[in-house]
Design a binder for this molecule. Structure first.
Ligand code: ADP
Ligand code: MG
Ligand code: ZN
Length: 557
């Protein structure tokens, strides 16, 4: 079986070796197992269901959420000589009927279907009239309410699959799933004793950086000048910002395209093509751009603003370096940009539970922006992978700036939070630490505690910043929900007992006043440049692969 798979990889795709995980996943499917595979973006998930599809008798149904993604995949399959087609709303009525007829006649090895196109009768017709050995569900996190891109139509699908008379194998794929999301995917899709594959989330060829307190425009100009021949994506939070950044690039004579939900289909398709073929060096886009874009030589992804959660961040950032070459991911992190995301969540369509989940995800994103830990480690930790070594090349690993002992200030903040018994949010704690006699402080009966004014020499805003930092470093935690409260974690106790000290990087406000040009002259960026030079030729380490031949139940128990 695997011989055949390897032969297909070579013959159809022209690749000599499998990427980490691919061979095991394909082997598992061909052995007849339901599958849940979590592979990083660019890890090569498509091959994992396409090769089984080529081997199995009948037509593999691929559920895929985005029209642009389907078209890309089907086009490249056709180029490779594999009969494939898609059913989605971009087809005219005649085309649609034609594809449907072809599908009934078994003309395709793979049929991509948008979940929105599948209603119960349609699904019934397909499953009765076609021979379907395998249903592959791409971007499977869309099935989970805990995921970052929940789609109700994915949910319905699960029920129909469960009721199929001759249920095919089901294989679910995603790049971004925390342990709870993967459990949810397997439950929702009712996978049967699935084999679960998790490859390492670390992307050794990406250098992650967080840049704060900078003049963004000046930073961008400098950044792009230094990378004169490189292709990259700039993600902005809103259409308006996308337009503004795009206009700025054109003013500077940089061939740039734009992509967001406010543009017509044709305009977007054209921008995507031009970017793919390097007519545009840079694409400025909202998160509407990208799921499934497959451009190997994206050398950088720059986030103009912080996105709403780490899943989205890592998925977007992960579009850099799909060819395995060294690439950069830069997040321009300004705490006030979090307000934009907060607003988007609050104005969004989700119910209250959903919004509470989204807000807690936003806090995790905020912690990423503030942490002084290795950024790669922080992310893989978030996805449930422990014990990964610091990457040695993110902006935190390379930051050699002076550390200051802040144990005393930490003890003050932590003891105050402790006394407030986890009932109050950051703003109120900051007021009490400041020694405020604000109406709210008195109303909550906190005026006694407030008279200490433990951090009275600091501006209230810096006290809040300090509290958020303590959250980011894991000494404090925030509750979920729209009005999160802060409380102590286990890590706070040794600090309060004087057994461990707390050191913090020299305050960022020092750098803030230094301005944008100076940021690039900091030791950090010098170190980044140096590191890049040295490793330009070296090869990246392939991500480490874990394989659990376990049922989900064993995992959850
Ligand atoms: P994902 O869906 O996991 O993000 P894709 O399936 O789109 O990733 O694959 C990313 C890129 O990697 C594609 O260009 C694909 O052709 C390429 N690729 C997949 N498998 C291999 C392999 N074994 N060797 C080399 N390139 C591969
Ligand atoms: Mg994919
Ligand atoms: Zn690091």
């Amino acid at each position: 079986m695997l011989e055949k798979a390897r032969e297909l990889l070579k013959r159809v795709y022209g690749y000599d070796t499998f990427r980490p995980g691919q061979e095991d996943i394909i082997g598992g499917i061909l052995d007849g197992s339901d599958t849940l595979a979590i592979l990083p973006t660019g890890g090569g998930k498509s091959v994992c269901y396409q090769i089984p599809a080529l081997t199995l008798t009948g037509t593999t149904l691929v559920i895929s959420p985005l029209i642009s993604l389907m078209k890309d995949q089907v086009d490249s399959l056709l180029r490779l000589g594999v009969p494939a087609a898609y059913l989605n709303s971009s087809l005219g009525a005649a085309e649609y009927r034609e594809v449907l007829r072809g599908a009934m006649d078994g003309e395709y090895k793979l049929l991509y279907v948008a979940p929105e196109r599948l209603d119960a009768p349609m699904f019934g017709t397909l499953s009765e009239r076609m021979r379907i050995p395998l249903i592959a569900i791409d971007e499977a996190h869309c099935v989970s309410q805990w995921g970052h891109d929940f789609r109700p139509s994915y949910r319905q699908l699960a029920g129909w699959i469960g009721r199929m008379e001759d249920r095919p194998l089901v294989a679910a794929f995603t790049a971004t799933a925390t342990p709870e999301v993967s459990r949810d995917i397997a439950d929702m899709l009712a996978l049967r004793r699935p084999r679960i594959y998790v490859t390492g989330f670390a992307r050794p060829n990406l250098s992650l950086s967080v840049v704060s307190g900078t003049d963004k425009k000046a930073f961008l100009s400098r950044f792009l000048t230094e990378r004169a021949d490189q292709s990259g994506i700039i993600y902005a939070a809103t259409r308006k910002e996308t337009e503004a950044v795009h206009a700025e690039l054109l003013r500077r004579g940089i061939p740039a395209g734009k992509y967001h939900g406010g543009l017509g289909d044709a305009e977007r398709a054209e921008a995507q093509e031009k970017f793919r073929f390097d007519d545009y060096r840079v694409m400025v886009a909202t998160n509407a751009f990208g799921m499934g874009i497959d451009k190997p030589n994206v050398r950088f992804v720059l986030h103009w603003q912080v996105p709403g959660d780490l899943e989205s961040y890592y998925q977007e950032a992960g579009r850099a370096g799909r060819d395995g070459e060294e690439s950069e991911c830069i997040l321009l992190f300004e705490p006030q940009d979090l307000q934009v995301q907060r607003y988007l969540i609050e104005q969004g369509t989700g119910d209250d539970d959903r919004k509470a989940v989204q807000l807690s995800k936003l806090y995790a994103m905020m912690n990423f922006g503030r942490t002084e830990r290795c950024l790669q480690q922080f992310i893989v930790d978030y996805f449930g992978e422990k014990g990964v070594e610091p990457c040695g090349k993110c902006s935190n690993c390379l930051d050699k700036s002076e550390r200051v002992d802040r144990t005393a200030e930490a003890q003050k903040a932590l003891s105050c939070v402790g006394r407030m018994k986890g009932k109050f949010g950051v703003t109120t704690v900051a007021k009490v630490l400041k020694g405020s006699r604000d109406k709210r402080v008195i109303q909550f009966g906190l005026d006694r505690l407030s008279t200490y004014g433990l951090l009275r020499n600091w501006p209230e805003k810096e006290i809040a910043d300090w509290l958020y930092w303590l959250v980011a470093e894991g000494y404090l935690k925030m509750s979920e929900g729209a009005y999160p409260t802060v409380s102590l974690t286990a890590a706070a106790l040794p600090v309060l007992e004087g057994k461990t000290s707390v050191v913090r990087r020299q305050r960022t406000s020092v750098r803030r006043s230094a301005g944008a040009a100076a940021v690039h002259d900091t030791p950090l960026f010098e170190a980044l440049r140096q590191w890049r030079k040295e490793t330009a030729a070296a090869e990246g380490v392939p991500p480490f692969m874990l394989f659990f031949d376990a049922t989900l139940r064993e995992l959850t128990d």
